[in-house]
Design a protein around this ligand. Structure first.
Ligand code: HEC
Ligand code: HEC
Ligand code: HEC
Ligand code: HEC
Ligand code: HEC
Ligand code: HEC
Ligand code: HEC
Ligand code: HEC
Length: 453
């Protein structure tokens, strides 16, 4: 993230590049209080046409756009939606038929990058970009198991629903891609089809660009204040497999947010939001916002040490980030409000919780290898009690224990986490012992779907 000074300069040039505005001047007060933007010239004729017609046809869009900072700065429909005639996404709305202007309803992060280049670069390096979409599309990942989950099992292919049909893909496009992002498909008129748009954070657009910035800064207000609130993350980070919002609301930090948050100052200038504006951290404070020595980042992987989502927790490396550095950065968040003793104890507790979870996982892996050797695993893991439970051990209870511990939600760490982990592993051990003793697989799955919730 650039310093406030360089950001002002960069934004200024970018606006001019954006095309709609010719002369823009910024006046920032010397103490870096919220900057003021003075627009010396209004909209081009074409840009004002979009506005006046849409004010009548889609007043909801205009009203929220007007409320936002970019609306005030005269960044208009034209700047974000007009595309080259040759763009694979080029089409025309009812109001533009017969003109030379082409638009697209699809707007990826690349459009924003014209004026916000550093935010986009950081975002592209994060798990929110390609990794997020690959988690749903990559055939190679986990031996195609994920694609099988969405289409074969949940999509009903296994019971005869036609492969590739709209019925078959309904589960993918109503669930997975809404959070993770889709690969947008186009119809003959270059408009998106097959429920592949609008979609989640790592969406791949037909021009090869990636990213839906509006998952946190919803359209058409694009508010920074909104993205700082925990609700901005909660539409995806919730539920039995990654209950981050539930954990947060039950933590001390969440208690303070819920009891005092209404008095906090949410709309400080970008990068200038600091303790005092708030008294306890939100998701954004710990994972993204500038605080103390740290600058804002749109790479949510930057401040993480462990990988707490995959089957075995390891220190982050490669595309997942740099865990050693991540540990140091996360501590720099805490030092703004806590002393070393509290921070050291808390970070050690996370390491210990990861070690305990890994011990459970390793035991499950060992028993599974044994069963496999002896031919005592079913081919379909979803009809095999041992393998079903192993999924819940990792994907539900094990994530809750690890993430509950990381973010200080004792109820999730314990009752929804470690407590259920030991129950699940004991059941797995019973199945294992039974199969080894009888040298066969029990006829019916012993697990009642949906398993431990
Ligand atoms: C700062 C960029 C920006 C500006 C300014 C902007 N939009 Fe958008 N608009 C977006 C983004 C981003 C989306 C979501 C696109 C996506 O998910 O691919 C969107 C989506 C839309 C959609 C499709 C969504 C739907 O529910 O049908 C319409 C229509 C639209 N914008 C109209 C407008 C109009 C009219 C204006 C002018 C008042 C405007 N936009 C200004 C960025 C912008
Ligand atoms: C004379 C009226 C009029 C003008 C001028 C106009 N629009 Fe539209 N626009 C509409 C109407 C009506 C719709 C909804 C029906 C449709 O999608 O064609 C629409 C739809 C859209 C959509 C969504 C298209 C989709 O496929 O869902 C976008 C984006 C959009 N307009 C942007 C613009 C931009 C940008 C401009 C200026 C360059 C503009 N419009 C000028 C009337 C207008
Ligand atoms: C043509 C240039 C331009 C484009 C394109 C653009 N922005 Fe902006 N954006 C600006 C300017 C200028 C400001 C500063 C307004 C201010 O601070 O008064 C801004 C401010 C913002 C803010 C801060 C708002 C706040 O509440 O403080 C966010 C968030 C933002 N833009 C997101 C986006 C997203 C997302 C896109 C793409 C969908 C986008 N921008 C595209 C020029 C642009
Ligand atoms: C409610 C939003 C949501 C839905 C629906 C959803 N996910 Fe996720 N998914 C997430 C979040 C958030 C994470 C990050 C979890 C974490 O940090 O523990 C994640 C993590 C993952 C991961 C691990 C990350 C990786 O890159 O390996 C995979 C794989 C995955 N999801 C696949 C899927 C599939 C397949 C579906 C549909 C069958 C799906 N998800 C549905 C939100 C969702
Ligand atoms: C995961 C949520 C999330 C996503 C996705 C996201 N942002 Fe942000 N964004 C934030 C938060 C939180 C802040 C506020 C940082 C702070 O406290 O100052 C912010 C701040 C901003 C700002 C204000 C300047 C700054 O950097 O602080 C701009 C501009 C911006 N975002 C643009 C974008 C663009 C462009 C994208 C897409 C490439 C995007 N954002 C995607 C959460 C998000
Ligand atoms: C539209 C859904 C969505 C929203 C909103 C969202 N996320 Fe995510 N987030 C995801 C998905 C999906 C993943 C898993 C990505 C992957 O496959 O690695 C993820 C992953 C993460 C990760 C782990 C990084 C990694 O290794 O992938 C962090 C940290 C994170 N998100 C924080 C946030 C915060 C903080 C916010 C709010 C400011 C937020 N997210 C908003 C969907 C979302
Ligand atoms: C007090 C700071 C703090 C707050 C507030 C916070 N987190 Fe975290 N978060 C952490 C820490 C610490 C970790 C573990 C980091 C590590 O591995 O060192 C973490 C890990 C994560 C992960 C990564 C899980 C993985 O699979 O590796 C996600 C996703 C996440 N947080 C999302 C959120 C969301 C969403 C919110 C708000 C609802 C939130 N966090 C609130 C500190 C925080
Ligand atoms: C903006 C200030 C702020 C930041 C940043 C912050 N905390 Fe806190 N934290 C608080 C406040 C205030 C409390 C409530 C103290 C009380 O219970 O009286 C608290 C409570 C806690 C608690 C509950 C135990 C206790 O001290 O009462 C833990 C654990 C905790 N924080 C860990 C962390 C960790 C780890 C980080 C960094 C990842 C962090 N906090 C970042 C303000 C902050």
């Amino acid at each position: 993230m650039a310093s406030l000074g360089t950001r002002l300069a960069a934004t200024c040039c970018a606006v001019v590049m954006g095309g709609a505005l010719a002369s823009v001047a910024f006046a920032a007060s010397p103490n870096l209080a919220p900057k003021e933007l003075v627009i010396k010239r209004g909209y081009t004729e074409e840009a004002s046409k979009c506005l006046s017609c849409h004010a009548e046809k889609t007043p909801g869009i205009i009203e929220s756009w007007k409320e936002g900072k970019m609306g005030h700065a005269n960044v208009s429909c034209y700047d974000c939606h007009v595309v080259d005639k040759d763009s694979p996404m080029a089409s025309q709305c009812t109001g533009l038929k017969g003109t030379k202007t082409f638009i697209s309803p699809m707007v990826s992060g690349k459009t924003c990058s014209r004026c916000h280049p550093s935010e986009y670069d950081e975002f592209l390096k994060s798990g929110h970009a390609d990794l997020s979409r690959d988690a749903v599309y990559d055939e190679k990942k986990a031996g195609g198991a994920l694609v099988a989950l969405q289409l074969h099992h949940e999509g009903g292919e296994w019971m005869g629903v036609e492969k590739g049909s709209a019925t078959n893909t309904a589960s993918r496009f109503s669930g997975c891609t809404v959070c993770h992002g889709s690969e947008v498909q186009l119809g003959p008129d270059n408009k998106p089809i097959n429920a592949t748009w609008p979609a989640g954070v790592g969406t791949l657009y037909p021009d090869g660009s990636v990213g839906t910035c509006t998952v946190c800064h919803t359209r058409h207000r694009f508010s920074v204040a909104e993205a700082r609130k925990p609700e901005a993350c909660a539409s995806c980070h919730l539920g039995p497999d990654h209950p981050d919002i539930e954990i947060y609301l039950e933590s001390k930090h969440g208690q303070i947010f819920q009891t005092q948050g209404e008095e906090w100052k949410w709309d400080s200038a970008p990068g200038a939001w600091q303790p005092g504006d708030y008294t306890a951290p939100t998701c954004a404070v710990c994972h993204m916002s500038g605080i103390g020595e740290l600058e804002t980042t749109h790479n949510v992987n930057d401040r993480l040490k462990w990988d707490l989502m995959h089957k075995r927790s390891e220190i982050r490396s490669g595309v997942r980030g740099d865990g050693v550095k991540g540990d140091k950065l996360m501590r720099k968040v805490c030092v703004n409000c806590h002393g070393d003793s509290a921070i050291d104890n808390n970070r050690l507790l996370l390491d210990n919780s990861v070690a305990l979870y890994n011990a459970y996982w390793d035991k499950a892996v060992k028993m599974k290898a044994d069963l496999k050797d002896k031919g005592l695993l079913k081919k379909d893991p979803w009809r095999d009690g041992y393998q079903e439970l192993m999924y819940y051990l990792w994907h539900h209870t094990g994530r809750r224990a690890r993430q509950g511990s990381a973010m200080n939600g004792p109820d999730y760490a314990h009752w929804h986490g470690f407590f259920q982990m030991f129950q699940v592993l004991k059941d797995m051990e019973d199945i294992y012992n039974w199969r080894i003793k009888n040298n066969k697989i029990e006829d019916l799955s012993t697990v009642m779907s949906p398993g431990p919730v």
